[in-house]
Write a protein that binds this ligand. Structure first.
Ligand code: WQD
Length: 336
């Protein structure tokens, strides 16, 4: 099977391309390099020993999509491409709505023109907003998103549902990621945020490596065991493998189906700091500051449905996530 991976040089995209190649899929990647780098192509080759087709284009560009679908018989699409920085989305809503929605609409139009109806969409646990119940199941109410980024994910899920209602040839799987962290065990690919990291894990690794001075812990007065925010951190390789499980099942599933990709275990900010220090034998100095606007206290998945219907379960441990995250940043610094 030949899979088109949009945003395939990005953090989750690149790890998924590695898993696809290692499982003998043919891969075509489109990426505009807004949040990735051409060097990832060679790193993927080093890991897998395999080649794939790459198009440096924007998914909003219909002519580029026409070229890709005309030159390649695409059997399924995994759609990662999109802007994903929560804080940036609050500052630049038009950029986020235009890019994330238009790219998806153009992609779906092109898929129909070329008789390709299998789509796996990179969704997010943010579609649940501030969860009313925990752990979160796919039957939980969606909505109440607190930023344009999360709202684009919610809107795209709705768009894809309407497309499936209008055209029963479509098979769509929306994978709702919890908090992806970690890196490939080779140390060659991982998370490389633009500028100062907004997310916790990239910040911790940069404090530990001496690049940043101290971690600010956004509040310790939440209704959680130690007062700091609790999240469901999932190793990016486990997440990537979830996409392959979805690919294996997509032909059996008509219409749109939603799956939480999380471990089902919540860890606090201070849990992560402690685990990171223990696993890597380093110190992560931190200070407690005020809460970050828009943050919720706790969010973690009930991943039962993905196990029952896709046969997928996260296997990597918190220690794996801590070790692989740090190894990647150290190897990146050596490559500079
Ligand atoms: C985790 C915890 C913070 C940074 C975001 C996106 C979500 C998804 C995953 C794409 C929270 C605390 C953080 C810091 C801190 N991305 N924190 N100091 O906000 O759960 O989710 O990434 O789908 O869409 O919203 O992740 O890593 O930013 O925060 O104390 O410097 O760490 O308060 O409790 P979040 P995060």
């Amino acid at each position: 099977m030949r899979i088109l991976v949009t945003g395939g040089l990005g953090f989750i995209g690149s790890h998924t391309v590695v898993e696809l190649l290692e499982n003998n899929y043919e891969v075509v990647v489109i990426d505009n390099l807004y949040n990735s780098n051409l060097s990832v192509i060679d790193k993927i080759h080093k890991i897998t020993g395999k080649e794939f087709s790459f198009y440096e284009n924007d998914v909003c560009d219909e002519d580029a999509l026409e070229t890709i679908f005309s030159e390649n018989k695409i059997d399924a699409v995994i759609h990662f491409a999109g802007y994903k920085a929560v804080g940036e989305s609050v500052q630049k809503p038009i950029m986020y709505y235009e890019n994330n929605l238009v790219s998806t609409l153009h992609l779906c139009k092109k898929m129909i023109e070329h008789n390709c109806f299998n789509l796996i969409f990179s969704s997010s646990a943010t579609v649940y907003g501030n969860p009313e119940v925990l752990p979160i199941t796919e039957e939980c109410v969606v909505g109440g998103t607190t930023n344009p980024y999360g709202t684009t994910k919610l809107m795209i899920e709705r768009i894809l549902k309407d497309i499936c209602i209008s055209d029963n040839r479509f098979h769509v799987i929306a994978l709702r990621y919890f908090n992806p962290i970690g890196a490939h065990e080779s140390g060659l690919i991982g998370e490389v945020p633009n500028g100062i990291p907004n997310n916790l894990m990239p910040y911790i690794v940069r404090v530990a490596s001496g690049e940043l001075e101290i971690l600010s812990v956004f509040g310790n007065d939440y209704d959680t065991p130690d007062g700091t925010g609790v999240r469901d951190y999932i190793h990016v390789v486990d997440l990537a493998r979830g996409h392959l499980k979805a690919l294996e099942k997509i032909n059996d599933l008509q219409g749109i189906h939603y799956y939480n990709l999380g471990t089902g275990v919540g860890y606090s900010v201070l849990d992560l700091v402690r685990a990171f220090e223990e696993v890597n034998g380093v110190s992560v100095p931190y200070k407690i500051v005020e809460r970050r606007e828009g943050d919720i206290a706790s969010c973690y998945a009930d991943p039962t449905k993905a196990l029952q219907e896709l046969g997928w379960k996260a296997e990597k441990t918190l220690e794996d996530m801590m070790r692989d995250s740090y190894q990647f940043i150290l190897e990146e610094k050596n490559r500079e």
